[in-house]
Design a protein around this ligand. Structure first.
Ligand code: PEP
Ligand code: MG
Length: 753
């Protein structure tokens, strides 16, 4: 195998592979032929195919060049040896001298003493590693990128053969519960609370590709472009229907449309078609490659965008293979999936969808944002969901307690049915007080605002009758895009936000993204600690053009309206000064160019990096307002990663440490007459909101779902009782005060949801 292997050679090899695979006979026989053919065509001494068996073990399934005695005998755990290493990281390995690699393990039964070089690639199907394909040579030889890519293309073709013929039965990989009649609980992370009762529907995102090897690249290119046109039309139709129906998902879907037009993506697919694959196989190949690359990125937000990519690729595949995306749902359906994209979710009948359970998924994924807007309970990271839940299993999804109950007993069903009824009544109760102020029984008033990040969230403002948008996360709609949108696009978006707010104030936060998040396609080196890395204001101060463009768009969008701008991750006053100077440059420019000034201008900062606490006095002379981001402040104070589910309940916001810090901030802000608010998650939790009120915070910003419960709790509390109770606890030596708060509320009949 050498550099002389050309694109034409690859095409010829693929078509020979197709002939072997389309042939008759046992799968084993065909696989034997396949490995022999690959070894011969790639001029390698060995080609072996390892297949994933139950218990994450890779079994040598077919080989040309190694001892036939080792077939079905040699087994390696995932992570063990070079083959296990390739499977564990779903990454290729190409080694001129495999023996010197620290992971190398020698298996005498294979007779591999003679083989020096090794190149192996994972075989991937529906996002899972299902095996490893390896070639070896006797001579010590480096492999180049083209050779690795060639083997990847071949591996993909074989993976499809294996899936189609069920070389390993699904039941083997996912062993059953044993006693299928007992109820089973599976735990997960709550992305949107609520309870859903219904029957499991398995979401089938993966489209089976019928034909892999194309006969004529020109026809395949034509099919690709026709399918892309249909894809654009489908996305446009979804955008239109979202505007007519429950909510405006426009900005999420617009990002999709931009993807569908992305030249880089399309030209990569075209290239692969030229190498001999069909349009659908090329889409799959490019998708698998991009997916793997994105999986390597440390940044969780980038990894979340993988679902969007899956969604788009599946949609395109489904068009190419003429599949029907709509699945008929039973009246009460709980959707089960590994992960899902927002448009896939929108393909289902929303009236019948009572819940969403995912094996993967994370809070800021777009599907979760959509589900939240539709008020569908969502549980993510439910390990074993796909293997343990069968289609039409009866299910209780308790996304308040973070659990799924399979095959519930009659008693459990009755309990939950009653809980759903209570919740419906509660919601009606919140709706009934939406026009009433958030004021304690003894007259202490609190301003309630919502956090938003998508246009979709703007509906929450009207629904909750909140006082404004306390935090608009400008980065949200742009995260999936390869580059930042220009000033005109940003202006258009901010203008819609301002119009949607109908005169209520909106606090725009400038970009809070990490280096990777700005340009998914850029080659920024992954960081060890992205949350503490080159992100947010650090990045935008280093690339002031980004900040200037964003501020220009915000200023223009708020002509004649309130303008509130907030900078994230400010660690010292020098950074705030620098950011404010840039803001002034843009404001001067706007006025110089004849722009109308906003009605009022307030420039403030997030307080979420602990170092800023020690420069509060200086800061309060400069900032018009301060918003405490308790999500980040907590994670930095406790050195506890906010995204790590193992640490999720380890430290509490209702702790003497957090409350003492916030008390001091509130005291100083009041003395300096600077507005202070809290916009972290804690603000939307009724018990936490009471504590914040007691320590002097009068302005809270939260997700829209929190406004009703917080309004209710405030209206049922008495400030004169609350304040001394909380202030006395600031010096307690408890790690959490939550139970004491709960008892306090219970004893006084305070309405904690
Ligand atoms: C916070 O850190 O508390 C906050 C509100 O910002 P984000 O969650 O966007 O980091
Ligand atoms: Mg933050």
């Amino acid at each position: 195998m050498s550099g002389t292997f050309s694109a034409g050679d690859l095409r010829r090899m693929l078509s020979r592979l197709r002939d072997v695979m389309a042939g008759v006979g046992a799968v084993q026989g065909r696989l034997d032929k396949v490995v022999a053919l690959i070894a011969q065509d790639l001029r390698a001494d060995v080609c072996s195919c390892y297949v994933m068996r139950a218990g994450e073990v890779l079994e040598l399934f077919a080989t040309f060049g190694l001892s036939q005695k080792a077939v079905h005998l040699t087994r390696l755990r995932v992570g063990e040896g070079l083959v296990g290493e390739i499977a564990a990281h779903a990454r290729p390995l190409a080694l001129a001298d495999a023996w010197s690699h620290p992971q190398f393990v020698y298996r005498p039964e294979t007779g591999e003493d003679f083989f020096r070089s090794l190149m192996g690639v994972p075989m991937i199907q529906a996002g899972r590693v299902i095996g490893v394909l390896v070639v070896q040579t006797k001579e010590e030889r480096p492999f180049n990128d083209w050779e690795v890519e060639t083997l990847e293309t071949v591996a993909m073709v074989i993976a499809e053969l294996m899936a189609a013929t069920q070389v390993v039965k699904r039941e083997e990989l996912f062993q059953s519960e044993g006693n299928a009649t007992l109820h089973v609980r599976l735990a997960g992370a709550v992305l949107h609370p609520g309870v859903g009762i219904g029957f499991a529907v398995m979401h089938k995102p993966h489209v089976r590709i019928g034909r892999l090897v194309g006969d004529d690249p020109v026809t395949e290119q034509y099919r690709l472009h026709t399918a892309l046109n249909s894809l654009r039309k489908e996305v446009d139709a979804l955008i239109d229907s979202s505007r007519d129906n429950e909510g405006d998902y426009g900005d999420i879907l617009e990002v999709y449309r931009m993807f569908a037009d992305d030249r880089g993506w399309i030209s990569k697919i075209s290239e692969v078609i030229s190498s001999g694959l069909t349009a659908e196989a090329a889409v799959q190949k490019v998708h698998d490659d991009t997916r793997l690359r994105m999986m390597q990125v440390n940044d969780p937000i980038i990894r979340e965008r993988i679902q969007d990519l899956d969604d788009l690729a599946n949609r395109l595949l489904s068009i190419l293979s003429g599949g029907d995306k709509r699945t008929e749902l039973p009246d009460n359906a709980i959707l089960i999936c590994r992960s899902i994209g927002p448009t896939e979710l929108l393909d289902y009948d929303r009236r019948k969808l009572k819940g969403l359970v995912m094996e993967e998924g994370s809070p800021t994924m777009h599907a979760a944002v959509v589900a939240k807007a539709l008020d569908i309970p969502v549980l993510a990271q439910v390990s074993g969901a796909l293997s343990r839940i069968d289609a039409l299993d009866q299910i209780v999804l308790d996304a308040n307690a973070g659990q799924v109950i399979l095959r519930p007993s009659e008693e459990i069903l009755e309990l939950y049915t009653a809980a759903v009824e209570t919740r419906t009544k509660q919601k009606a109760g919140y709706a009934a007080i939406r026009e009433l102020p958030a004021v304690t029984k003894d007259g202490m008033k609190v301003s309630l605002n919502i956090n938003a990040g998508f246009l979709l969230d703007m509906q929450g403002l009207a629904e909750t009758n909140a006082d404004g948008i306390g935090l608009y996360r400008t980065e949200m709609p742009f995260l999936a895009m390869p580059t930042l949108p220009d000033v005109a696009a940003q202006y258009a978006l901010y203008k819609q936000v301002v119009n949607g707010a109908k005169g209520k104030p909106v606090t725009f936060r400038t970009l809070d993204v990490g280096g990777d998040k700005i340009a998914a396609s850029s080659s920024n080196a992954p960081e060890d600690n992205p949350a503490m890395g080159w992100r947010s204001i650090r990045l935008t101060l280093d690339r002031p053009a980004l900040l200037r463009q964003q501020l220009r768009a915000m200023i223009k969008a708020t002509e004649g309206e309130y303008l509130r701008v907030m900078f994230p991750m400010i660690a010292n006053v020098a950074e705030f000064d620098a950011a404010r100077r840039i803001f002034k440059l843009e404001m001067d420019r706007h006025l110089r160019d004849g722009g109308r000034p906003p009605k009022t201008v307030k420039v403030g900062t997030m307080l979420e990096v602990p170092s800023l606490l020690w420069q509060l006095d200086a800061l309060l002379k400069r900032a018009d307002f301060i918003s405490v981001g308790t999500n980040d402040l907590m994670q930095f104070m406790y050195a506890s990663d906010r995204g790590n589910t193992k640490l999720a309940n380890r430290y509490d916001t209702l702790s003497p440490a957090v409350l003492s810090v916030l008390h001091e901030v509130a005291r100083k802000c009041t003395a300096a007459n600077v507005e202070m608010s809290v916009c972290g998650e804690m603000a939307g939790n009724p018990l936490d909101a009471l504590a914040l009120l007691a320590i002097g915070c009068r302005n809270l910003s939260m997700s829209a779902a929190g406004v009703g419960p917080v309004r209710a709790v405030i209206r049922s509390a008495t400030f004169k009782e609350l304040e001394p109770f909380v202030l006395n606890l600031l010096t307690a030596d408890d790690s959490s005060l939550r139970e004491r708060f709960r008892a306090f509320a219970r004893d006084r009949g305070i309405a904690v949801a």
